[in-house]
Design a protein around this ligand. Structure first.
Ligand SMILES: NC(=O)c1ccc[n+]([C@@H]2O[C@H](COP(=O)([O-])OP(=O)(O)OC[C@H]3O[C@@H](n4cnc5c(N)ncnc54)[C@H](O)[C@@H]3O)[C@@H](O)[C@H]2O)c1
Length: 312
């Protein structure tokens, strides 16, 4: 049975009274006994506040309170998970997507603290108006997550020029447009963070993902360039990239078209040291850390969310 915190406190204070110096040999024995009891139950003593903290994490803890975050591709998968988590942690959310229905419903789920804006991230001019509308609505911008993206398979021989260009437009050019368009607003922030969603494919190549690997590797290096530019100019803006392995989202539909979902997930899980694919929340929690001021000295860096895949 776990002792109550009150009885532990009483136990500690009785130990302090019964010190060997004050009570002789008999006192030393009880003092020793008391210390032994406290050390045996130390885990319990520490466990009481931890349990409370853990249950609080299900609620809002305000890690992003006062911040405004723009998340692209917020209607589905990782974007949706980040939007909901960031909102729970106190951020105001601008949820953008080409899929109006999905992103609108994410914004509705969050409520007053969210604004949906239609945005095709490959549209350079639209970036300018999205940033202006976001700043006008919430009074500024502190976090940009360049998340919207597409997947696609194909080797150097089987990829058409059209598909190659489309992949780079959506997965790479958009990140450049986003960083550039948001910079004036982010520079006005006290402490801003850009998070670019790259992929493990930006670090480990695959022979059948030529255009995806190319665009995600470029995002990784672009991120470092942006981060260094901000640091050297003393902007209050950090820029980092995230590199997830396979995560269970709609994007996996392109990996082996036609394969039943459960079979595909089992197949992908076998290739990971942890024996599973990732969950969108695995990525959302990493993004939350980078978005928060807890990561204030982390810049031009990359964080792998791959269950150890790349360590082999
Ligand atoms: N799921 C994975 O296994 C995985 C792994 C590594 C990296 N990623 C990256 O994570 C990001 C999010 O992907 P996801 O897994 O959540 O996939 P998803 O398909 O669930 O979500 C992608 C979202 O981006 C939006 N989008 C696509 N093209 C767009 C455009 N031109 N303009 C605006 N929005 C657009 C889609 O409508 C969708 O809501 C992508 O950049 C992807 O490359 C995913």
């Amino acid at each position: 049975m776990r002792p109550s915190s009150g009885s532990i406190l009483r136990m500690i204070s009785s130990c302090q009274i019964a010190t060997p110096a004050k009570s002789g040999k008999k006192g030393a024995f009880f003092w020793f006994l008391g210390c032994a009891f406290v050390s045996i139950h130390l885990e319990n003593i520490l466990f009481i506040p931890l349990t409370k903290a853990e249950s609080m994490s299900e609620k809002m803890t305000g890690r992003l309170s006062g911040k405004v975050a723009l998340i692209t591709g917020a209607g589905s998968g990782l974007g949706r998970a980040m939007a909901l988590l960031f909102a729970r942690e106190g951020a105001k959310i601008i949820a953008t997507d080409i899929n109006e229905k999905n992103a609108q419903s994410v914004a509705q789920e969050i409520g007053d603290k969210a604004l949906f804006l239609f945005q095709d991230v490959t549209d350079e001019a639209r970036w300018e108006s999205v940033i202006s509308e976001a700043c006008a609505h919430f009074g500024g911008l502190d976090i940009l997550v360049n998340n919207a993206g597409i997947g696609g398979m194909g080797s150097v021989e089987s990829t058409s020029t059209r598909d190659w260009r489309r992949m780079h437009e959506v997965d790479l050019d958009s990140v450049f447009f986003g960083c550039r368009a948001a910079m004036p607003a982010l520079r006005q922030s006290k402490s801003a963070s850009i998070i670019n969603i790259s992929s493990i494919a930006g670090i480990l190549a695959d022979g059948n993902m030529a255009s995806y690997c190319s665009s995600k590797a470029a995002v990784r290096h672009l991120t470092k360039s942006v981060g260094l530019h901000c640091a050297r100019n003393r902007y209050p803006v950090r820029c980092n990239s995230l590199h997830p392995a396979f995560i269970d989202t709609a994007i996996l539909d392109d990996v082996i078209p036609g394969m039943p979902r459960d079979v595909l997930l089992q197949k992908l899980a076998k290739g990971n040291p942890m024996g599973r694919v990732g969950d969108p929340m695995d990525v959302a929690y990493a993004a939350l850390f980078l978005a928060s001021d807890e990561a204030k000295f982390i810049n031009a860096s990359e964080l792998l969310i791959d269950g150890g895949l790349s360590a082999q």
